[in-house]
Write a protein that binds this ligand. Structure first.
Ligand SMILES: CC(=O)N[C@H]1[C@@H](OP(=O)(O)OP(=O)(O)OC[C@H]2O[C@@H](n3ccc(=O)[nH]c3=O)[C@H](O)[C@@H]2O)O[C@H](CO)[C@@H](O)[C@@H]1O[C@H](C)C(=O)N[C@@H](C)C(=O)N[C@H](CCC(=O)O)C(=O)O
Ligand SMILES: Nc1ncnc2c1ncn2[C@@H]1O[C@H](COP(=O)(O)OP(=O)(O)OP(=O)(O)O)[C@@H](O)[C@H]1O
Ligand SMILES: N[C@H](CCC[C@H](N)C(=O)O)C(=O)O
Ligand SMILES: [Mg+2]
Length: 493
C-alpha cells in the first residue's frame, strides 16, 4: 500500500522527508518486529518509549515512521508527525486492514466479572444457530474451531485489527470481544464499530490502574458512548445493560442507541423469574420481548443467571430465536476454569474457579456455602503488580464464607509473595476465622486436599484456566486443575 494513500486516513499531520511513492508492507508498533518496508509507529508506553527504538526500526528497514516528539534521524527518512501516535495507530491499523469491524457484526462485552463467561455463552448460541463466530478474550482468540493464545484480554489496536482481518478472511459471521477497562482507557479499541455493547457489572478491581471507581466506570462507559451513530445506514445498535447494577443509570445515559435492560429483581426488557438454584445447575423462566421459555442449565450460581440474561439479550438483538437460545444454554457443560469441578472419584468436591475480585469471590463462595453439606475450604491469593486495595477485601470475603482458608500465592509477579500475603491477612485476628498461610500454591492445594473429608468442598480460586504461575518476570508451568488431580490421586492411594 502507498504511504500517502494510508495517510489520507489520519488527517492532521506534518511530514519531513519525502512521502511520495513510499510503499508500505505493514504497520508495526514494535521495532523488534519491523521488516523492510514497515511503517513504524512510535508509542510512548508505560515501560519504554517507542521513539527510543526508531533507529533500531530504521536499521531493520522501516520505510517511514509516525512520531509525536522531536527525534534526530539522518538523511531524508520519511517522518510523519502527529499529536497522538496512539490515535494515529488506531486509524492506520483500521485503514490498513480496510476497516474490518464494519464488515461483520461486532459485540463488545465489558464489566468487572462475567465477560469471558458471557462471550462463551454467546459463542455457543451462535454455534447452535449454525453461524461461525470469532471470539477474543482472556482465555484465547477463537475463530470457529481454531484457537490461539493472547497476552492481553483485549489485544492492542494493531494486533486487534490483524485478528479482525483474519476473522473476516476466515468468514466469521460475527465477532464477540471482551473489552477490558484498560483497553477502553488506553485506546486499544479506538475505531471499533460495535453493533452491540454488553455491560455485566461493576465492582472493585484494577484500582492500581484506575484512579478510583468513578474513573473505572468512566472507562467502562466508553464502550457505550462509542456505540456510533449511523441511523441513516439502517444499522441498529444496542446497549445491553444490567439493570440491577448501580452503574446502570450512568451507562444508559452514555449511549445514543437503543438500550435493552436485563434483571433478576425488577422490571426490565429481559427477566429471569422463578429462579431455582441447585448444586446440579440453575433453572429459571426466561422472559423476553419475543416470548417466554423455561431454561434448565448445568451452570451453577446466581451470577450465571445474569450472564445468561446478558447473552440472551444480545442474541435476541442479533435476530436469534428463543428455541435456539434455550437449546444452546441447556447444552453448555461449563466454561473452562469457571466453577470447574475436578472429579477423580473422591467423596469431597474440588472446584477450580477464576474469581480474583472481592465480588466474584463472594459470589462463588456464597454459592459453595449454599450447597455445602459440610466444611468449605478455600485456597486463594491475590496477584502481584495489581490492585493492592482489593487484598484485605478478598481476605475478608474468604474468612466470612469459608470454614477454613488457605491463603497462598497467585502470580506474585515482581512483588514479594510474603508481602502480598501480609497485605491480605495482616488485619485478620486468629479469633476471626481459621486460616493458614502457605505461600507455595501447590503445597496449599495439596494440604487442602489432605484435610478434606467426605462431603467437604474445596474451592481453589483465582487462576481458573491459567496454566502458569508468574514469579518475577518468569512464567512457570502451573495448573491448579492438574495439581488438584494429582493430590486427589495421591490421597486415594
Ligand atoms: C499497563 C498495560 O496495560 N500495559 C500494556 C502496554 O504495555 P506498555 O505500555 O508497558 O508497553 P511498553 O513496553 O512501554 O512499549 C511501548 C512501545 O514501545 C515498543 N517497543 C518496546 C520495546 C522494544 O524493544 N521496541 C519497541 O518498539 C512497544 O512495542 C510499544 O509499542 O501495551 C502492551 C502492548 O499492547 C500490553 O501488552 C501491556 O499489557 C500488560 C502486559 C498488562 O499486563 N496489562 C494488563 C494490566 C491488562 O491490560 N489487563 C487487561 C485485562 C484486565 C481485566 O479485565 O481483568 C487486558 O486487557 O489484558
Ligand atoms: N456475572 C458475574 N458476577 C459476578 N461474578 C461472576 C460473574 N460471572 C462470573 N463470575 C465469577 O467471576 C469469575 C471470572 O468470570 P469471567 O472469567 O467470566 O469474568 P471476566 O470478566 O472475563 O474476568 P477478567 O476480567 O479476568 O477477564 C468466575 O470464575 C466467577 O467466579
Ligand atoms: N485479567 C486479570 C486476571 C487476573 C488473574 C489472577 N490470577 C491474577 O494474576 O491476579 C488481570 O490481569 O488482572
Ligand atoms: Mg475475561
Amino acid at each position: 500500500m502507498k504511504l500517502d494513500k494510508l495517510l489520507n486516513e489520519i488527517g492532521f499531520y506534518q511530514t519531513t522527508g519525502s512521502i511520495q511513492d513510499v510503499e508500505i508492507v505493514n504497520v508495526e508498533m514494535d521495532s523488534r518486529k519491523v521488516k523492510p518496508g514497515s511503517l513504524f509507529v512510535c508509542i510512548d508506553g508505560y515501560t519504554v518509549d517507542g521513539h527510543d527504538f526508531l533507529q533500531q526500526a530504521m536499521d531493520k528497514g522501516a520505510a517511514a515512521a509516525v512520531i509525536s516528539k522531536e527525534v534526530s534521524v539522518s538523511g531524508d527518512f520519511p517522518l510523519i508527525r502527529v499529536k497522538d501516535t496512539g490515535r494515529a495507530l488506531a486509524m492506520l491499523s483500521a485503514a490498513y486492514y480496510d476497516y474490518p469491524t464494519t464488515k461483520f457484526p461486532l459485540i463488545g462485552v465489558t464489566g468487572t466479572n462475567g465477560k469471558t463467561t458471557t462471550t462463551y455463552l454467546l459463542d455457543t448460541i451462535f454455534e447452535q444457530q449454525g453461524k461461525k463466530s470469532g471470539v477474543i478474550g482472556s482465555i484465547q482468540v477463537k475463530i470457529g474451531e481454531e484457537t490461539f493464545p493472547v497476552i492481553n484480554t483485549t489485544p492492542d489496536v494493531l494486533e486487534l485489527n490483524r485478528i479482525f482481518h483474519q476473522m473476516q478472511e476466515k468468514e466469521a459471521e460475527q465477532v464477540i470481544m471482551e473489552v477490558s477497562s484498560h483497553a477502553l482507557d488506553m485506546g486499544r479499541v479506538f475505531g471499533c464499530d460495535y453493533d452491540i455493547g454488553i455491560f455485566t457489572n461493576l465492582s472493585q478491581d484494577h484500582l492500581d490502574y484506575h484512579k478510583d471507581m468513578d474513573d473505572y466506570l468512566r472507562a467502562k462507559s466508553l464502550l457505550f458512548s462509542g456505540l456510533g451513530n449511523d441511523y441513516q445506514q439502517g444499522k441498529k445498535k444496542y446497549a445491553v445493560i444490567n439493570e440491577d447494577d448501580d452503574a446502570s443509570d450512568l451507562l444508559k445515559r452514555s449511549t445514543a442507541q437503543q438500550v435493552i435492560t436485563y434483571s433478576c429483581k425488577q422490571d426490565a426488557d429481559m427477566m429471569a423469574k422463578n429462579i431455582m438454584l441447585s448444586p446440579g445447575g440453575v433453572a429459571f423462566k426466561l422472559v423476553t420481548p419475543i416470548g417466554t421459555t423455561d431454561i434448565k442449565t448445568n451452570l451453577i450460581g446466581m451470577f450465571n443467571v445474569y450472564n445468561m440474561l446478558a447473552a440472551s439479550a444480545a442474541a435476541i438483538a442479533s435476530g436469534v430465536g428463543l428455541d435456539v437460545i434455550k437449546e444452546a444454554l441447556e447444552s453448555v457443560k461449563g466454561v473452562d476454569g469457571r466453577f470447574e469441578p475436578i472429579n477423580e472419584g473422591q467423596d469431597y468436591s474440588v472446584i477450580v474457579d477464576f474469581a480474583h475480585t472481592p465480588d466474584s469471590l463472594e459470589n462463588v463462595l456464597q454459592t459453595s456455602r449454599e450447597f455445602a453439606e459440610r466444611k468449605v475450604y478455600v485456597v486463594v491469593g491475590c496477584g502481584g503488580d495489581r490492585d493492592r486495595t482489593k487484598r484485605p477485601l478478598m481476605a475478608n470475603v474468604a474468612v466470612k464464607y469459608a470454614d477454613h482458608v488457605l491463603f497462598t500465592s497467585d502470580n506474585p509477579r515482581t512483588e514479594d509473595p510474603v508481602q502480598i500475603l501480609e497485605d491480605m491477612t495482616g488485619h485478620l485476628t486468629e479469633e476471626e476465622a481459621t486460616f493458614e498461610v502457605i505461600s507455595d500454591r501447590a503445597e496449599a492445594i495439596k494440604y487442602a486436599v489432605e484435610q478434606a473429608q467426605k462431603d467437604d468442598i474445596i474451592l481453589i480460586a483465582g487462576k481458573g484456566h491459567e496454566t502458569y504461575q508468574i514469579v518475577g518476570q518468569t512464567k512457570y508451568d502451573f495448573d491448579d486443575r492438574q495439581i488438584a488431580r494429582d493430590a486427589i490421586k495421591v490421597k486415594g492411594e
